[in-house]
Design a protein around this ligand. Sequence first.
Ligand SMILES: *Cc1c(COP(=O)(O)O)cnc(C)c1O
Length: 231
Amino acid sequence: MFRDDILERYNAINNNINIIKQKYNIDYDINIIAVSKYSSIETIKEFLSLNIDLPLAESKAQSLRDRVGEINNFKDNVKWHFIGRIQSNKVKYIVKYSDLIQSVDSMDIAEIINKEANKNSKIQDILLQFNISNEEQKGGFDINNYMEVYENISKMSNISVRGLMGMAEYSDNSLVVEEEFEKLNTVYKNINLKYNNVLSILSMGMSSDYELAIKHGSNMVRIGSSFLGNS
Ligand SMILES: *Cc1c(COP(=O)(O)O)cnc(C)c1O
């Protein structure tokens, strides 16, 4: 994709978010994550040359590693998020290259990340991904055990739990989607109530549903197909 198209898409998303914030009386920032998983390296470079300064996000460890390598030669201080399923044998790369791992979804994976971060003398920022959609393939911790999950993982020495992430099901019924987002919003509020606002990130919403996510408390949206697209 060309620079001008990317800029146009960014402006459209930004305007849209401002309208949504007004509509729901929201006075805090909504952070946009530029999901680059469908995009070519050329498109990513065009985007970075606009100096818009948003984190990029990848969902495969191999792509993350390859792209960080290429982009490091192109631009400094680019932030990367990991948003995909985490395989234990790939944690090494994910910890090495991610500023924020958004998709931590099991105790075993959290323990492996903690060990790897320790080896790298790093405190790894993470989000806990919860399953809010009842769709097994979406991944995420069982939301019924949320306090236990939070308490166990927040004790790990080389992990800093910064917030929560969830994906709603793909549905034409906006009430279903809203209910799922509200579930995670409630969990976010409950943890913050009990632990004095320890969490600052509620990552919900993608190209097709970010308005509903913001309506239900999201302060981080992960936009792929309607931003950097798939070429
Ligand atoms: C791919 C992906 C996105 C972006 O999805 P779009 O619908 O293309 O905006 C956001 N979050 C996660 C976890 C993803 O895997």
